[in-house]
Design a protein around this ligand. Sequence first.
Ligand code: SF4
Length: 178
Amino acid sequence: MAYNLLIINIAMTTKFQDNPIYPIGTAARMLGVSVQTLRLYESEGLIIISKSEGNQRIYSDSDIERLRCIRKAINEEKISIGGMKRIHGMIPCWDIIKCSSDEQNICPAYKNHLGGCWTYKHEHSVCAELDCRVCEVYKLSSNCERIKEQITKISNLHSEQLKEHSPVRDEVATGAVS
Ligand code: SF4
């Protein structure tokens, strides 16, 4: 019973954190950045922002946390926006979502690693029906503390596969993407 209550509590908390509540100006002030910077992160595919019925960008607490992670990576770990996109592109979403091999064969995110899987157009696959903002893959890429750990793990697990598809692994291994 207590376990069920805990699960319900976590689900409600997560839902609450995903509620879009902050206009872009407020989000920018909270993060100490310009509105243009937030728009740049969005246009580069680092984050997916909700829009109101009037087409205004609205940020949730989860978005703010994701942006804090992005800012930390850029400012403290000296990872460029391009580097962040490549890191996102290395997440093996097909393992997490469990796509079929048929779906993998037609999936642009499986074949390319230049950005998170959510930045590609998906048709005729399970991802076409899913909401990236609440997807485990997208959420995983918001976890700032685990981002380097993820790179190492992914690099080890998929070294041969990534070598075949992209030079990114070698860049990470040599510290070009750090
Ligand atoms: S639903 Fe979106 S974030 Fe999740 S694996 Fe598919 S494209 Fe990536």
